[in-house]
Structure formats: structure tokens, C-alpha cells
Design a binder for this molecule. Structure first.
Ligand SMILES: NC(=O)C1=CN([C@@H]2O[C@H](COP(=O)(O)OP(=O)(O)OC[C@H]3O[C@@H](n4cnc5c(N)ncnc54)[C@H](OP(=O)(O)O)[C@@H]3O)[C@@H](O)[C@H]2O)C=CC1
Ligand SMILES: Nc1nc(=O)c2c([nH]1)NC[C@@H]1CN(c3ccc(C(=O)N[C@@H](CCC(=O)O)C(=O)O)cc3)C=[N+]21
Length: 291
């Protein structure tokens, strides 16, 4: 038995088509969504993401503004740039690529972003809104995972979900979204006891650990839906946090790496930018792009 391969690339392309339609409808009102991406330093992986984000942003008809700053940029200069983007009416979404160089206080920079332009959903206000069930900007990677899970499974209520990883950008918001959909959620991390046993209880298993092929086939409940968030560069190329070859023998459905969560993350960034633009102009939220 081989698992269904959840094709994030195809799913993301379909999502971008719908976003492009939303952008076109706004163009009739003279509105063009604008996304600003700020990259500090020369991290090669980040440069790849920024390039593909810019390309996809333009493809759906939005304006893309890229700000590349040197590694030794001061925190003050970075905060000043964020302020300038906050005030710029042509900018509806702001993304500051993480991680930032060590001399910069990441929290201070993220929280400088106006919550309504925070298309990553990383500011404390958006985190709090998500946690309390208020209308928020939802982090792109978990949002993409949720869309694929709902598409695969329909109603998630009552399902046992295990999220491995408790970061602010993936694990915690993923758990919040699953909880909102009435799954029974467990968050696992490096101190979790009997992680294989816990994972075997999961109908939905989300791996966001950052270790290549960490989740083994015999950790997976037969028929489970497995979402692999990991992006690990190894000598064998880009691999996920799940041992795909083993997992596909056991799982019901699984996302590949590459071509799974990654493309959905970028599509959801564009979805959030469209939503932010609609809200900034007093228009209703575009349908099907928010949880
Ligand atoms: N596809 C996409 O769009 C994206 C992919 N990623 C990828 O997802 C992965 C996770 O990213 P991110 O959340 O930022 O990573 P972090 O490094 O911030 O978090 C990793 C989490 O995994 C946990 N962990 C580490 N080792 C173990 C272990 N041995 N057993 C159990 N848990 C463990 C850590 O636990 P503890 O807290 O106890 O240390 C931590 O909570 C990375 O590969 C990253 O590249 C990230 C963002 C977007
Ligand atoms: N403020 C901020 N927001 C982020 O969302 C953010 C960030 N910082 N820092 C880094 C991580 C990582 N991330 C990815 C996005 C797309 C792919 C992606 O498209 N991956 C392709 C492959 C790309 C390749 O080949 O390198 C795939 O999985 O198929 C991967 C990873 C967003 N992140």
C-alpha cells in the first residue's frame, strides 16, 4: 500500500490562480496589492525564497518591493525601513525574512510591523488574535498545512493531531489552527518522552523539527495523514523531516519535500497580502483564503 502524495505544487498553483482573480477584481477599483520583502544579509537559502516570492508576487498581478540590506545593517536602520513601509500606502504586506543577523533583536523588528500589514502573522497582536479566535493574520506555513489537511480529510474535528516542534513560526500556530478546527492537539518537542509512541497515536502528524528524515515509518499510524514541514539541505539535496520512503508504506497521505508545504507557504503569503489589501480598503475578506 502506498500513500496518496499530496501535491503542494499543484495545490499552490490552483490557489495562486484564485488569488490572481482576486487581484484582477481589485484592479477594476484601481487597487493593486503591494508586498514588501526585507532581506538582511546574504544567507543563500533566504535569497532563493526571496527570489521565488518576488516572481510569484508579480505573476498574480501584485507589486513586489524587495529591500536587500547588508549583513551589518544596524537595528535602527532596519526599524526605520519598517516604519517607512508601515507609512507607505502602496505597501499592504511586509515580510522581514528570518533569521536576522545576531546583532539585531528579532522581536523588536517583528513587532514594529503594523499588525494589519503583518502578512507573516508574527506580531504579538496577531498571535494573540489567533489564540483567542479573533480575526487575525495567520502564519503562512501553518495556514498552507491546514488547507491541505482540510482538502485531504474534510472535517478535522475529533482527530488526534500531533505537532512535532513548538516554534513560534510553525509548531505553535499550527497547533492553534488544528485546535480551532476541533482536533485533539498534542505539541511535542525535544523533551517529549516516547516520541515514536506519541506519533503512533496521531491521525494527523505534522513534523516541523528541522532534522533530516527524523520521523521513521514505524512512528506512523497506518492510514495517518502526514505533513512534512522540514526543509533540510543535505548532500542528497533538499529533504524533509520525515523518512518519505518508509512513511509512504504506512501513511494514508503524505506531503513530499520539495513540492509539498514550501510552495503552499508562498501561495499563502500572497493570500494574506490579498486579505490585508481587502481589509485596508474596507472590502470583505476574499473567500477561501482565511481560516
Ligand atoms: N516549508 C516551509 O515553508 C517552512 C519550512 N520550515 C522548516 O521547518 C523546520 C522547522 O522549522 P522551525 O519551526 O523554524 O524550527 P525551530 O528550530 O525553531 O524548531 C524546531 C522544533 O523542533 C524541536 N526538536 C528539535 N529536536 C527534536 C527532537 N530530537 N525531538 C523532538 N523535537 C525536537 C525543537 O524542540 P525544542 O523547542 O525543545 O528545542 C523545536 O521546538 C525546519 O526544517 C525549517 O527549515 C520552516 C518554515 C517554513
Ligand atoms: N519572515 C519569514 N517568513 C517565512 O515564511 C520564512 C522565513 N521568514 N524564513 C525562512 C522560512 C522558510 N520558508 C520557506 C518558504 C518556501 C519554501 C519553498 O518554496 N520550498 C520549495 C523548494 C525551494 C528550494 O528548492 O529551495 C519546496 O519545498 O518545494 C521553503 C521554505 C519561509 N520562511
Amino acid at each position: 500500500m502506498s500513500a496518496t502524495r499530496i501535491d503542494g505544487k499543484v495545490f499552490a498553483a490552483t490557489l495562486r490562480t484564485r488569488i490572481a482573480e482576486g487581484v484582477a477584481a481589485m484592479a477594476d477599483r484601481g487597487i493593486t496589492p503591494g508586498l514588501a520583502v526585507v532581506l538582511v544579509g546574504e544567507d543563500p537559502a533566504s535569497q532563493v525564497y526571496v527570489r521565488s516570492k518576488g516572481k510569484m508576487t508579480r505573476e498574480v498581478g501584485m507589486n513586489s518591493y524587495e529591500h536587500r540590506l547588508p549583513d551589518d545593517t544596524s537595528q535602527g536602520d532596519l526599524l526605520a525601513l519598517v516604519d517607512q513601509l508601515n507609512k507607505d500606502p502602496s505597501v499592504n504586506g511586509i515580510l522581514v525574512q528570518l533569521p536576522l543577523p545576531r546583532h539585531i533583536d528579532e522581536e523588536a523588528v517583528i513587532n514594529e510591523i503594523l499588525p494589519e500589514k503583518d502578512v507573516d502573522g508574527f506580531t504579538v497582536l496577531n498571535v494573540g488574535r489567533l489564540a483567542t479566535g479573533q480575526k487575525a493574520m495567520v502564519p503562512c506555513t501553518p495556514l498552507g498545512c491546514l488547507m491541505m489537511l482540510r482538502d485531504q480529510l474534510g472535517d478535522l474535528s475529533g482527530k488526534n493531531a500531533v505537532v512535532v516542534g513548538r516554534s513560534n513560526i510553525v509548531g505553535k500556530p499550527m497547533a492553534q489552527l488544528l485546535l480551532r478546527d476541533s482536533a485533539t492537539v498534542t505539541i511535542a518537542h525535544s523533551r517529549t518522552q516516547d516520541l515514536p509512541g506519541l506519533c503512533r497515536s496521531a491521525d494527523i502528524l505534522v513534523a516541523a523539527v528541522g532534522r533530516p528524515h527524523f520521523v521513521k515509518g514505524d512512528w506512523i499510524k497506518p492510514g495517518a495523514t502526514v505533513i512534512d514541514v522540514g526543509i533540510n539541505r543535505t548532500d542528497d539535496g533538499l529533504v524533509g523531516d520525515v523518512d518519505y520512503a518508509e512513511a509512504e508504506q504506512v501513511a494514508g497521505a503524505i506531503t513530499p519535500v520539495p513540492g509539498g508545504v514550501g510552495p503552499m507557504t508562498i501561495a499563502c503569503l500572497l493570500a494574506n497580502t490579498l486579505t490585508a489589501t481587502a481589509r485596508a480598503n474596507g472590502l470583505p475578506d476574499p473567500e477561501g483564503l482565511t481560516p
